[in-house]
Write a protein that binds this ligand. Sequence first.
Ligand SMILES: Cc1cc2nc3c(=O)[nH]c(=O)nc-3n(C[C@H](O)[C@H](O)[C@H](O)COP(=O)(O)OP(=O)(O)OC[C@H]3O[C@@H](n4cnc5c(N)ncnc54)[C@H](O)[C@@H]3O)c2cc1C
Length: 348
Amino acid sequence: MIKTTSKYLIIGAGLSGLTTAYELYKAGETAIIVLDARATIGGRILTTNQIDFGATWFQNHHTHVAGLLRELKIEKFPQYAKGQSVLVYSTMAPEHYFQNDPNAPSAHRIAGGSTALIKKLATPFLNQIHTDTTVLAIEDLGDSIKVVTNKAAYSAEKVVSTIPPRIAARIDFLPELPNNVTEVMKKTHTWMSNAIKVGLKFKQPFWKARNLSGTVIGQVGAVTELYDHTNYGETEFGLMGFVNEALRDLTPEERQAKILAYLTKYLGEEIMDYTSYEEKDWSQDKNTSCDTIKSIYMSPAYGNPVFADSYMNGKLLFSGAETSPLHGGYMDGAIYSGKLAAEKLKHK
Ligand SMILES: Cc1cc2nc3c(=O)[nH]c(=O)nc-3n(C[C@H](O)[C@H](O)[C@H](O)COP(=O)(O)OP(=O)(O)OC[C@H]3O[C@@H](n4cnc5c(N)ncnc54)[C@H](O)[C@@H]3O)c2cc1C
């Protein structure tokens, strides 16, 4: 029999939900159950075969990521950018080569891949995470909240939903949430839910030998951004980047052919010597994306004040990257909102 009653129920085992659970655990609050619809934990953090198909980088101002990594004793390392980078800015003009400014602050990567952070965070309460468990309804029972899933009905004193707001709008809330809250949820774009990533592995970083950084940037080709994705220990070599969304509706074979032809043109024939090739189209992932996906590259507005309130008489909170008033959409926002939720729970 699985345990279905707890003081705290956290919906979503992404960075935000796991941060809340971790902070509660640290404070001695161990009566926690975490639910996630996916078979694996991490949500939009997904490292497979040492390639980050979800979140990868953080910057110096993302102090919550840096702080958590320090606390969990996980190393960070700079995005490799030495040598010539390629800018493809026009279909008519030749490509442009440039050197990255060695004094510019670099984006940081997480040693072991971003999933290393997820694994470490979840370690203390791993057996309290119920995967393959999709929340369908959240009902206020007065003294407690009932959470109906595809597996079982759970009950808790306090519930935190870290599901991206637009995806959470699918849930039946009983009684219904105020109209303005539902409207905001539906309009909150899930950051990067439209992205397609590609990752290739190689026996050798042939681009480095040619004084190329592995960076290829430009909106006019099959790949809009590509970067070196060599691992921390420099034992595994790869390139990872974002696919032009115009290729979304091609067959996988057609898309792969276009991507490989494009990269061959700018990085050389050795592209075809890849030892693995993988793509991840997040728009096809029902736990992140919705049917009305649009391409949004500018940073949409996050941290709407409706997410700072609690609902169901203080028993239901919303958290997650898109609810964060600080660095919304990013890993830093996910951690910030996760910590904020834990604080609210501890002091109520
Ligand atoms: C391709 C891509 C690249 C990115 N790059 C970066 C980057 O370089 N730097 C950066 O800072 N950020 C980046 N991000 C954003 C970063 O991944 C997110 O900010 C962060 O992971 C969000 O964490 P979260 O816990 O708020 O949400 P999520 O990770 O989305 O977690 C929510 C969880 O809820 C679960 N869920 C959904 N519906 C249900 C349901 N009904 N019942 C139960 N569970 C449910 C989901 O399965 C998921 O695990 C990127 C994201 C993507 C997709």
